[in-house]
Design a protein around this ligand. Structure first.
Ligand code: MLT
Ligand code: MN
Ligand code: ZN
Length: 309
């Protein structure tokens, strides 16, 4: 059985976003109809004692502070954190690494491409590489997640490339798809050793080809990119000029949206995560929320926990 904790359900910038006065951010500030949410990250464990962090959010300090399972149990220093796995190099998924200094040993798993980004940015050397090993994710093969000492955490991960975009801060404006290559964005199939059901984690995904859908079986659970409800939501809200696809995300609604594309895939549960501050589904009483409810989708929220049997 894999235990799952949603540490952060929001997209980059969180909810509310520091300089945004859109209706959803204002509702979050007032604490009415929606609670504030931190930037996307989850933790998974096969034994409840050793935890694997999937993506390191800029809000990691607050997330660990509000999650007893991730807090030290043994004097003077210790951590239930056994390893970190990255799905891309986005700032909302990597900046939290900088807060994991203080001489703790854990490995960071990522694709070769994302590892090259970490290696190319000296600031990540705040993580002493004698303690924090950088390990390469194998693609398309289930792999045991090992802690810093090579002990098996019991968590299995299978990484696979999915349509996406290079991190915003690494975009090459002169190149096709901003210089993105397949290993920039991956999805993960996570499970506990010996268990048959898996959690698919795809917090950023730009398209949904059939071969991705074919990976999932009815007993599996899905946490999927829920950045925006509509393709032009940020433009319509007046808070930005980019469409969902320009940012490497699939909107929830519409003919080519996530709800329509996942409709024919039976699953144990379907949740949206990485939800942008502008997304009206965040408001509990909105018609958009009613729409995703009726379609059988849940919204991840900070502090939510579930098990994948
Ligand atoms: C995204 O998911 O599109 C990025 O996190 C955007 C960003 O870097 O702010
Ligand atoms: Mn993001
Ligand atoms: Zn806002």
């Amino acid at each position: 059985m894999l235990r799952v904790i949603i540490l952060g359900a929001a997209a980059g910038g969180g909810l509310p976003q520091w300089n945004c006065a859109c209706p959803v951010c204002q509702a979050a500030r007032e604490g009415s109809r929606v609670s504030p949410q931190t930037q996307s990250s989850i933790a998974v464990s096969a034994d409840g004692a050793h935890w694997v962090l999937i993506n390191a959010s800029p809000d990691i300090r607050q997330q660990f502070a509000s999650t007893p399972a991730l807090q030290p149990k043994h004097y003077p220093r210790s951590s239930p954190l056994s390893a970190v796995v990255l799905t891309n190099a986005d700032v909302d998924h990597t900046a939290g690494l900088l807060s994991l200094r203080e001489s703790q040993a854990f490995p960071v798993y990522a694709t070769r491409r994302v590892q090259r980004m970490l290696a190319g940015n000296a600031i990540f050397n705040v993580l002493n590489q004698e303690l924090v090993a950088r390990r390469q994710l194998v693609l398309d093969t289930p792999q045991a997640v090992l802690d810093a000492n090579g002990r098996d955490t019991g968590v299995r991960v299978e990484a696979f490339t999915i349509p996406g975009k290079v991190a915003l801060w690494l975009e090459d404006l002169g190149a096709a798809n901003f210089g993105s290559v397949p290993e920039d964005t991956i999805g993960l199939a996570l499970s506990a050793e010996g268990s048959h059901s898996r959690l698919f984690y795809l917090p950023g995904c730009a398209a949904l080809p059939d071969d991705i859908k074919a990976r999932l079986a009815p007993q599996d659970s899905l946490l999927f990119d829920g950045t925006t409800f509509t393709e032009d939501e940020m433009i319509a809200c007046g808070v930005g000029h980019k469409t969902a696809s320009r940012m490497g995300h699939l909107p929830m609604s519409g003919e080519g949206g996530a709800i329509a594309l996942w409709q024919d895939v039976p699953l144990q549960r379907k949740l949206f995560i990485h939800i942008n501050n502008t997304n009206p589904v965040l408001l509990a009483d909105s018609p958009e929320r009613a729409f995703i409810d009726a379609a059988g989708w849940q919204l991840a929220r900070d502090g939510m926990e579930f098990c994948v049997e």
